[in-house]
Design a protein around this ligand. Structure first.
Ligand code: AP5
Ligand code: MG
Length: 214
């Protein structure tokens, strides 16, 4: 399985990716997670990226492409991969196609998770993530048993810096104008599989698995 996950901020890309990893044992490559790791480490790349992320804008393509290429060359990607949050615009998608052709591991499906815009704000303002294992929760929809503590590993939960209402609005605008056109881009290649991203997380996951295995 060599997948691209498409969907607006808050659609559930990361949530579904975590379940795909567990079931199929293939790695998730989330450019958002890679960038947040660089921010945390305080590298030059991280400092540059943070200035864009805090505004809800895309980090320059050159920064992200280098990061992805390095990651795709690691051994674990040989058995498949889940690209989450990348590509984000047509230029990135074209560069990715070139990169994957060269590596001999083209995409087998683009999974689009569709959620109405009015649901996304609550999903994002309510999101909490475990500092240690990355498990995602939502204070409105899937709260942890104990506030602020991860059910899985006991780690501390945090709220992302870009999950503020103003920044979310900008991220949604950027998605509409730059990322949503990728559904047609991959549609034109016959790779898109669309899923209703509302309803229970496990039901959405089951539908995705059935379609991917079928
Ligand atoms: P990134 O980290 O990719 O964020 P995003 O695309 O905005 O998407 P999110 O991670 O916010 O949403 P998600 O779809 O993963 O939802 P989740 O599963 O967490 O990017 C962040 C920033 O980095 C960008 O703004 C940009 O600056 C930069 N960046 C990243 N990649 C880049 C690139 N390629 N090029 C340039 N810049 C880049 O779920 C959200 C919440 O909803 C959770 O609380 C979850 O529990 C809940 N939830 C999930 N499913 C359901 C459900 N079915 N019902 C109810 N609640 C649900
Ligand atoms: Mg995510």
């Amino acid at each position: 399985m060599r997948l691209v996950l498409l969907g607006a901020p808050g659609a559930g890309k990361g949530t579904q990716a975590k379940k795909l990893i567990e079931k199929y044992g293939i790695p998730q490559i989330s450019t958002g997670d890679l960038l947040r790791a660089a921010v945390k480490e305080g590298t030059d790349l991280g400092k540059e990226a943070k200035s864009y992320m805090d505004k809800g804008e895309l980090v320059p393509d050159s920064v992200v492409l280098g990061m992805v290429e390095e990651r795709m060359k690691q051994d674990d990607c040989q058995k498949g991969y889940i690209l989450d949050g990348f590509p984000r615009n047509t230029a990135q998608a074209e560069s990715l196609d070139g990169m994957l052709d060269k590596l001999g591991m083209p995409i087998t499906a683009a999974v689009s998770v569709d959620v109405p815009f009015e649901d996304l704000m609550k999903r994002l303002t309510g999101r909490r993530t475990c500092k240690d294992c990355g498990q995602m929760y939502n204070i409105y929809f899937s709260a942890p048993a104990k506030e602020g503590v991860c059910d899985k590993c006991g780690g501390e939960l945090f709220q992302r810096d870009d999950d503020k209402e103003e920044t979310i609005k900008k991220r949604l605008e950027v998605y509409e104008s730059q990322t949503a056109p990728l559904i047609d881009y991959y549609g034109g290649k016959g790779l898109v599989k669309r899923f209703d991203g509302t309803g229970a997380i496990d039901d959405i996951f089951a539908k995705i698995c059935t379609e991917l295995e079928g």
